[in-house]
Write a protein that binds this ligand. Structure first.
Ligand SMILES: Cc1ncc(COP(=O)(O)O)c(C=O)c1O
Length: 445
């Protein structure tokens, strides 16, 4: 076992169960050399930043995932040995050779003007290619203009929120959910309204439909889900579509926004159903951050349903918002390379390794008394803590701290509003899984 590892959840872990070991909390620097807290006072933060950003950085809403990722980075430099980092969904697999080839070919083309501005929604031929592919996938008649190329899925979500939401509008989301959504809604002064899923993290269709108010503009779905790994089935989506359609009788039209960057990371390769197949007012958002291992290259897109009530205004607005949010357009080189990768039989990454990681870790966790569903898609596990580790406030932070001392970095369920859970990102190499398994076995009695 690595230096610093301890058996079980000791008294100190419990005492520090408020997360004080975490960096970026602005608590001063006097908590011991192993801490990496920055010496910045709350006053300095409040005086120099906007209220909204200061409140976020000083409060619990700052991204736990990012903090844990930064923590793992700082641990790598502390000389204490390997770090088993399961914090961020940062794919370990390299992009396909075909992508490198496509980028090299694009760069070798010395025709003038290839690196200039373009239409804000992206190159017409790339949008046409994506439209054709999505039309085939979901059997719907799309046009190039229904596609806006974006700076990843995150860029697309911000573009869409800016295009559609007024301050105080509600974005309804099944919970637990990807915690960045809070910040994206806050960017436009809108409010996220979490509606709990079932015990099994399935959609609670009746509750979702029943919770719609006159302020609800968007229902945000994420399947396969981060953090739970749930994949919403055809029946749930059909029932949801029918419920939402029913609301129109009382004059309420809810736009479904489907965030699907994990739809091609499905362990048995099966098709993930989309609301594009069931409900007219839908915008699908995706990216190639996860399935092609291109998270740093920032390439994604959004697709407006051809049957959407606001199809034409949305086409114009998403292009406009891409521009005025400062993205201007998705990266030109990545756009140009994409059709040569997606259209090529070798243009994929074998994500089977993520499925193996999930299975190995899930088997170990079950042996240790954690509860979790069989992982089907994506690369996240969201195990419930064994009974003995649960506390009224949640034992996840104490366990996160104990694991950190065993040099394994995870995200506590608190980050997702579920204090008796952990989120583990399994898009890592098998050696990291070996180390993480050893750390869990050491820490969990
Ligand atoms: C559910 C979900 N949506 C969106 C994103 C952002 O993806 P991208 O890198 O394409 O912006 C992530 C990244 O982790 C995610 O998990």
């Amino acid at each position: 076992m690595e230096r610093g590892a301890r058996k079980g959840l000791g008294a100190r872990s419990r005492r520090e169960a408020d997360g004080s070991f975490l960096p970026l909390r602005g608590r001063g620097s006097g908590r011991g050399s192993r801490d990496t807290v920055r010496p910045v006072t709350e006053d300095a933060i409040r005086q120099s930043l906007s209220r909204r950003v200061a409140d976020t950085l000083l409060g619990a809403r700052e991204s736990w995932t990012r903090r844990m990722f930064e923590l793992a980075n700082s641990m790598r430099a502390d000389g204490g040995g390997p770090v088993y980092d399961l914090s961020l969904g940062n794919p370990s697999l390299e992009p396909p050779e075909q992508w490198k080839e496509a980028v090299r070919t694009q760069l070798a083309d010395s025709a003038p003007g290839r690196h200039r501005y373009m239409t804000n929604a992206g190159f017409p031929e790339v949008r046409a290619f994506i439209a054709g592919r999505e039309a085939q996938r979901y059997q719907i008649p799309l046009e190039a203009e229904d596609v806006t190329m974006t700076v990843g899925a995150a860029g697309a979500l911000n573009v869409l929120f800016r295009a559609v939401l007024n301050p105080d509008d509600e974005v309804m989301v099944p919970a637990p959910y990807f915690s960045e959504y809070d910040h994206y809604a806050a960017n436009v002064g809108a409010v996220l309204r979490p509606i709990p899923t079932t015990e099994d993290f399935e959609l609670n269709v009746d509750e979702l439909v029943g919770a719609v108010t006159e302020r609800t503009r968007i229902l945000l779905l994420n399947s396969p889900n981060n953090p739970t790994g749930a994949v919403y089935g055809e029946d749930s989506l059909r029932a949801l579509a029918s419920g939402l359609r029913g609301l129109r009788e009382r004059g309420q039209r809810v736009l479904v926004v489907e965030d699907t960057p994990y739809r091609d990371v499905v362990h048995d390769g099966s098709h993930v159903s989309s609301m594009l197949e069931h409900y007219e007012d839908t915008v699908l958002i995706t990216s190639h951050s996860k399935d092609l291992g291109l998270a740093g290259e920032r390439i994604g897109y959004l697709v407006i349903s051809p049957r959407a009530h606001a199809r034409v205004p949305l086409r114009r607005a998403t292009s406009f918002c891409n521009r005025v949010l400062g993205f201007v357009n998705a990266p030109a080189l990545m756009q140009r390379a994409l059709p040569h990768v997606l259209g090529h039989p070798d243009g994929t990454v074998d994500v089977g390794i993520y499925a193996d990681n999930c299975k190995r870790m899930a088997d170990t966790l079950r042996e240790l008394g954690f509860s979790l569903r069989d992982p089907k898609a994506g690369f996240f596990l969201f195990p419930g803590l064994p009974e003995a580790m649960r506390t009224a406030e949640g034992g996840d932070i104490a366990l996160t701290e104990a694991l950190r001392e065993a040099r394994c970095v995870v995200v506590p369920g608190t980050a997702f509003g579920r204090p008796n859970f952990l989120r583990l990102s399994m898009c890592v190499n098998p050696e990291t899984v070996d180390g993480a398994i050893a750390a869990f076995k050491h820490v969990c009695p």
